[in-house]
Ligand binder design. Sequence first.
Ligand SMILES: [Zn+2]
Length: 221
Amino acid sequence: MPTAVCQVCGAMPAAPVTVRGHQGMVVIMKFLKREGLFCRTCALASFRDMQADTLVLGWWGALSVFITPITLLSNLGALSGIKRMPDPVAPGWRPPLDPGKPVFRRPAGVLALIPLCLLGLVMVAFPVLALLGLAVGPSDRDDSGASTPRRDYPTLTAGSCARNDETWPAQDLKPEPCDAAAAQYRVYAPANGVCEAGDYVPYLMYSKDDATYLCLRPLKR
Ligand SMILES: [Zn+2]
């Protein structure tokens, strides 16, 4: 678009740019949008103003806590487009907007580090708590005896060998070196998802990801 001029200052070249802002006001909130043809300088100034304002005014509401980070992220997407724009070559009829300092060198950016850090903590804390819950969960159940403890399923891989310490169809499979006398079966991955007649199908839990079909072919002695 070589003929597009910045709608703020008239400089060329200009490109369509959209930056958004958000203001939370406890019960009401405000969605802001600045959209138009901007030169790189004016686009950068618009981005920095919107981003800095949103960083400070965005968080103040129950929904706004969620809307603000989305707004900030979408602006970062816009910023990467803005940064790819060439600098204006033809000056316009007015001076361009003043881009000022980068967002995090402004007081607004520094202030916003508080909610951003809190948000970061929450985002880190949830998965950590979830993982702790998973790690603690099964042993809790074992203590109460409410459910059977999870048996250990060793991982069988195609090409290796195994023995069954139970009698089929019960399974208590153990990996075994193929040249060992105790080895009874060779593990293979079925070509079309179906084991050949006479072969055994180990539980999925014996596969590496608990979800892969394997087959066991009795070793010929
Ligand atoms: Zn401009």
